[in-house]
Structures are given as structure tokens and as C-alpha cells.
Design a protein around this ligand. Structure first.
Ligand SMILES: [Zn+2]
Length: 77
């Protein structure tokens, strides 16, 4: 079974997840996106990488827990 993960971008200034963006023109690497809450400009690539790295760590931990549980199950057999 394949899992799907979504990454939510967060404003580095206020933590808001709302950004002013044009749906027809999604932000690209190297562009700045404006936070809808505080109006600060965030470096799109920087916050994207930050959020993706955080997600990768979460996935790793989730995976490790899952593997440990599998071993526990086998241990009981
Ligand atoms: Zn903000």
C-alpha cells in the first residue's frame, strides 16, 4: 500500500499556513511568497526545503516505529 504525504508550508515569521498565491501561477524555486497573515515575504525554496526535511524526519520515525512493531509481533509467535 502506498502512502501519501502532504507537506504544509509555514510562514517562518508567524507560522501561518496561508499564503497569497495565484493558483494559475504556483510559486517556483527561488521565488518569494507573501504570507497572508503577516505580509512578510518568505523564500519559497527555503521554507519548502525546511518543511520537506521535517516531513522526512517524521516519516522516518513512523517507519522505525512500524518496523519495531513488526518485530514485536514476531517475537510473540
Ligand atoms: Zn506570516
Amino acid at each position: 500500500m502506498e502512502k501519501q504525504y502532504t507537506v504544509t508550508l509555514k510562514c517562518i515569521f508567524c507560522g501561518s499556513t496561508e499564503f497569497e498565491c495565484d493558483e494559475n501561477n504556483p510559486p517556483k524555486d527561488g521565488e518569494m511568497i507573501k504570507c497572508e497573515n503577516c505580509g512578510q515575504l518568505n523564500d519559497f525554496s527555503a521554507i519548502k526545503n525546511l518543511c520537506v526535511n521535517k516531513k522526512v524526519e517524521e516519516i522516518k520515525e513512523e517507519y522505525i516505529t512500524e518496523v519495531k512493531n513488526i518485530f514485536k509481533k514476531f517475537g510473540k509467535l
